[in-house]
Write a protein that binds this ligand. Sequence first.
Ligand SMILES: *Cc1c(COP(=O)(O)O)cnc(C)c1O
Length: 382
Amino acid sequence: MTSIDDFARGKLAELEARHLRRALIPTLREDGVHLLRNGRRLVSFSCNDYLNLSRDARVRAAAKAAIDAHGAGACASRLVTGDHPLLSELEARLAAFKGAEAACVFGSGYLANVGVISTLVGKADLVLLDELVHSSVWTGARLSGAKTEAFRHNDVGDARRLLRERRAAGVNCLIATDGVFSMDGDLAPVGALSALAREHGAWLLVDDAHAIGVIDGGRGTTAGHEVALQMGTLSKALGSYGGYVCASAAVIDFIKTRARTFVYSTGLPPASAAAAIEALRIVEAEPERVAKPLAHARLFTRLLNLPEAQSSVVPIVVGEPARAVALSKALEDDGFLVGAIRPPTVPPGTSRLRVTFTAEHGRDDIERLARCLRIRMRALAA
Ligand SMILES: *Cc1c(COP(=O)(O)O)cnc(C)c1O
């Protein structure tokens, strides 16, 4: 028998040897773009606060006012005593913004995917996932007990093949994809997947965690398409915390009655709801701000002759984990924070830098990053 500490130490040593151990590094954010880490001031190209709303004075004021009026926490599950009117206001705003009948807010995007998927499908059903879909979607599918198959990334033909071969194996069938892929920054073919779902009597879930506030005037990748389940997070471009799903009124009522991560978890704090409501208002009122993260990402991909950015996320795939970590460290020496992403977050052999762009990045910051990156990549190749 192994003691629990020896077990953990053994696992950590094994991960360390493969450059896969992860560490938390104390980091203070100074403004929308700068942060303090290891005693140094860095320009961050690794935050998901794409519109810099987490620090926006209006968003902070809304959160503070909600705390002063309603306290710090929701105090119970919403079905018990925690259903603050701010939460239904937020849901009404989200539904209107996403062009859906209704919405349900969860404690996080992760909890939304886990709760929604495991509530809507079960053992008798089939789930088809894009192979690069977010971890929370996989977790929901596994927890549901449904037969689960992955189709090749963004390959509608492969999804069609799986539907032809396997559709009869499920009473109901859910197709799930990210709208913007979190580690690749590319967009799902939402229109084609929507048509495919209709053709085969399947339901489509699109996870727009990185798309709300950024893509298509901020409405996301689902705008203009028929998508049964429009999922997303309040924690990235909206600068707050929490997750949501928008759907028909019947589906949302069912989710609110049965989704375990909703029923058995405390409601979102009033401050998070108030911050998200104000952030949504800003997204609708300030299209210039919404356009900036993508414009900045495109400036960067132009400077480096990379394929044109499709979202605010740009990957630079370098292969082995040690290379990604070395490159990230070198850029930190140059004054930038750019995250190194390794397995199991991405498939083996595709470790990468993940560069994210926000509205408040300056042109000079972006040009300097491109210059430093080119020099560092050349040094690493030599
Ligand atoms: C971040 C993310 C989530 C989880 O959202 P949280 O609110 O951070 O829990 C879900 N899906 C995708 C694609 C994400 O990038």
